[in-house]
Design a protein around this ligand. Structure first.
Ligand SMILES: [Zn+2]
Length: 502
């Protein structure tokens, strides 16, 4: 089969988004071996062998980067209403067990197809961790992204402390007959790290397309030994790391109770912070935390939709930028997103910033939001030659049909992309010069077959996880009321939409 990226493409007649100048000048692009090698006004000279792509009537923007998601959750989108983060974690045994390798690949594929169809060409996927995944299954999850034609960081979520043991006082607050049925034994730290190292040292995929990362999932869920081990492996293998840091007030308060300092200070003391480290959420970070992240060149993946969905609060995105933290944007997984729509995530990021203050001078601008969702995400994922349309960059391009209702008429293109587009105008998508979506359809995917396979898998897993779901449901009231109580603790930050003190 000929290598599709080996051909030379002349993309002509399109308008290329320039967010900084809020314009979209007519620009031709020459793409060679998947890389943009020349750009210029209409009439760009090209080799006679170049294949011409007619982009007239289209706006081209850089492929969006989903800075935080969970590919394993795509069977359970929309299954829960009124869930906080802690209820979600309590509920995990009700959906996350008993996945075969085929289930893991299928769940991942559903998310990849959705993201690509909605203009997202790269994601940071916090996937199943050991012992819920094997090394071979991680390779298969990586292969799923290769086959879908998407870039990804696949980072297994690691923990050796159970959710019920991670929050001081929670286990003791549960009804005695129910808590005895929970498995709260610590994980085998050395074994988890040995599996992670085996996966890192044998990763079979092209790292310019799919990288293996490490995700010590929540600082409170990781022993110091596990966290230090992750940092050591990340340095040894040049692997990116991501963790859910200060996503909820419960976490921020519990950190002070356990360690006497913040989650970020704790991670810094264990060698976790660096340019390859990304905080997911960061809702309850203060200026001291943000300065520590900025000093290490770290990133935050801001998930405004998930944070609102789970009632976690509104993250201080403007302050992150002011203090020099690299800002990316994510949807989060389908349990709490529930879709994988980066246009929606951008719109949420814009509006969530506005409701924090009447001072519009501090609101995120549309160019800032777009930059976070593209170049900011590219930096966080480590795919540095993506996230911008420029000479020398990979041709990860989204073709927006300007003859759709979102763009009639086209006024300010970056405002319209962030505030009006919701994915329905995406016509074509290419990753590294290779077509992955044409005419709105993902190439190589039969959606009817995907639906049949997903329905079968969901039915099987619903049945197989019935007991875990029963126990989680029985615990929900106790977990919920304990955590609401913890959220009433005095804390020096307020991130909720309602008044202080709940
Ligand atoms: Zn998450």
């Amino acid at each position: 089969m000929p290598d599709p990226t080996a051909s030379t493409l002349l993309i002509q007649g399109g308008r290329v988004l320039d967010a900084a100048t809020r314009s979209a000048p007519f620009t031709d692009l020459l793409v060679e071996h998947g890389v943009i090698t020349r750009m210029g006004p209409p009439g760009l000279p090209a080799p006679p062998t170049a294949e011409v792509v007619d982009a007239s009537g289209h706006l081209l923007h850089a492929g969006l980067v989903n800075g935080h998601t969970h590919g394993g959750t795509n069977f359970v989108k929309g299954t829960h209403d009124r869930w906080s983060l802690e209820l979600l974690l309590n509920g995990a045994p009700g959906w996350s067990a008993n996945f075969s390798m085929a289930h893991k690949m299928l769940a991942t594929r559903i998310g990849a197809v959705e993201m690509l169809q909605k203009g997202c060409t790269t994601c940071y996927d916090l996937s199943f961790g050991f012992p819920l995944v094997t090394v071979d299954e991680l390779f298969a999850i990586g292969q799923t992204y290769v086959d879908a034609g998407m870039r990804a960081v696949v980072a297994p979520m690691l923990q050796d402390i159970s959710f019920y043991s991670a929050i001081p006082g929670l286990y003791d607050a549960l009804p005695a007959d129910l808590r005895e049925r929970l498995n709260t034994a610590p994980g085998d730290t050395a074994w988890i790290l040995s599996q992670m190292e085996e996966a890192l040292s044998n990763w079979p995929h092209d790292k310019t397309q799919v990288r293996l990362g490490i995700a010590p999932t929540i600082p409170l869920h990781c022993s110091d030994e596990l966290t230090r081990g992750c940092a050591r492996l990340a340095t040894k293998y040049g692997a990116p790391m991501q963790s859910h840091v200060a996503e909820s007030k419960v976490q921020a308060v519990a950190a002070l109770q356990r360690w006497g300092h913040s989650l970020t200070a704790h991670f810094e003391s264990l060698g976790m912070l660096g340019p390859e480290f990304t905080v997911a959420h960061g809702v309850w970070l203060d200026d001291d935390d943000l300065r520590r992240l900025a000093a290490h060149g770290a990133s935050v993946a801001h998930n405004p939709g998930s944070n609102m969905r789970l009632g976690a609060g509104i993250a201080p995105a403007r302050r992150m930028l002011e203090l020099g933290v690299n800002l990316a944007i994510g949807t989060d997984g389908a349990l709490c997103a529930d879709n994988q729509n980066m246009y929606e995530a951008m719109r949420y990021a814009s509006m969530a910033s506005n409701v924090r203050t009447p001072d519009f001078n501090t609101w995120l601008t549309a160019p800032e939001v777009y930059t976070a969702a593209t170049a900011g995400g590219a930096r966080a994922t480590g795919f540095e030659r993506t996230g911008r349309i420029a000479v020398g960059q990979q041709a990860d391009l989204v073709f927006i049909d300007l003859n759709t209702i979102n763009w009639i008429p086209m006024n300010d293109p970056v405002n319209q992309l962030v505030l009006a587009e919701e994915g329905t105008s995406v016509r074509h998508v290419m990753v590294g010069g290779r077509w992955v979506v044409q005419g709105g359809a993902h190439l190589g995917t039969d959606l009817k077959q995907l639906a049949t396979d997903a329905a079968q898998a969901a039915a099987h897993l619903t049945h197989a996880n019935a007991e875990g779901r029963y126990l989680a449901d029985a615990l929900e009231a106790a977990v919920g009321s304990f955590c609401i109580g913890l959220c009433r603790s005095p804390f020096h930050l307020h991130r909720y939409g309602g008044p202080p003190g709940l």
